[in-house]
Write a protein that binds this ligand. Sequence first.
Ligand SMILES: Nc1ncnc2c1ncn2[C@@H]1O[C@H](COP(=O)(O)OP(=O)(O)OP(=O)(O)O)[C@@H](O)[C@H]1O
Ligand SMILES: [Mg+2]
Length: 404
Amino acid sequence: MKLPICLISEDNKALGELKQQLEREAAYAVESKVYGYGAAFDWLRGKSGPVVAVVDLSRDPEGAFAIAAEIKLKLSNVRLVMTSPSGNPDAILRAMRSGAEEFFTQPFDWAEVLKSLDGIRNKIDLHTSRTADRGQIIAVSSNKGGVGSTTVATNLAASLVAHKKSVCLVDLVLQFGSVTSFLNLEASYTILDLVKNLKKIDPMFLDGSLVKHASGIRVLAEPFYAEDARRITAADIDEILEVLSQFFDYVVVDTPKEFDDILALVLDKANMILFVTEMDVPSLKSAHRAFELFNRMGIYEKKIRLVLNRYIKSKLMSPESAEKALGAKVFWTLPNNYPTAIAAVNQGLSIQECDPRSDIARSYSGLADAVLESFSIAGATRRDGVEKRVGLLNRLMPVRGLLK
Ligand SMILES: Nc1ncnc2c1ncn2[C@@H]1O[C@H](COP(=O)(O)OP(=O)(O)OP(=O)(O)O)[C@@H](O)[C@H]1O
Ligand SMILES: [Mg+2]
């Protein structure tokens, strides 16, 4: 089937050449007109299947970004591409933040344009065939040791299971992960076995590779030996998360604190990032640096959720002041309850199993409700903004460069 393409510009000339070239391609059905911003939205709204919108920034960039925002907000079937005569990194970054999957610099490099459109086409095919019903990937992240990311990942997973969802908890703290110790599990196989057998993974193989906790969570353990972490690449993780999300409603990932290619991949791929911090000044400073990094990476900010852990009411520091410091809304606060948190870990139980009536168990149940509600609000737009944009990201600035 031909993929419809709508060209959107306030200047007919800019996209005229693109239109002519696309008309020669059998795989694409380019709209006969170059639409102005207002008319384009009405045209797009009338389409129900996948469609590519190419928005030109050359005449009126602000108007172009406004239409892009409206498209991403309201039309989940539209794949956004932006184009301008300048390949200025600021414009590319802003386009990415607006949800563009590709950016074409004018004059058009036809081979590049075609390659990018074919990439979008492949993603659409993949999603409509294999993955119409795929699960959601939730990355639990923090950049400061001990703030509670493993506790949040483990107990969110348990609460989602209690909400009758199938959940796989993945320990991506590949060197010294602690999910199996938190849940007192003995794994016979680890993520390394999946990596070594990527091409052979089928439901039976997967079933055998995941260890089961009494709560119902399935766990993909970290490698037995820390030195084996080096044998696992971001591409392996990409494939593993892809497979797991086809078998589970939710894939909850405990992530390392140090930034590397694997973390970049996971943050980009996740449908939701729960960023965990505490409310003391050093934690908030670290969190601020992480948010700046997310921003530089072009991570889609609407998928980031701020979680305040070990919350204690204080006159000196309130959730509002944390919000002000970080420029982000607090999604959830978890109360400080060390006796229950530690009793659960020491018995290899989830907090809910350990003490279901505690304030912290109830708060985790509320967190799961809030997460589920976020996804149900996102509804049809569930993968909005979280497609594989690593290619575009890399083109803009190699991930390693961000670390410097
Ligand atoms: N809400 C809470 N109230 C009290 N204690 C908590 C709470 N959440 C976590 N803890 C405790 O804080 C400690 C650190 O938690 P956890 O190991 O989950 O943090 P982390 O960010 O994963 O640490 P690491 O940097 O080692 O990976 C643990 O002892 C845990 O039981
Ligand atoms: Mg941890």
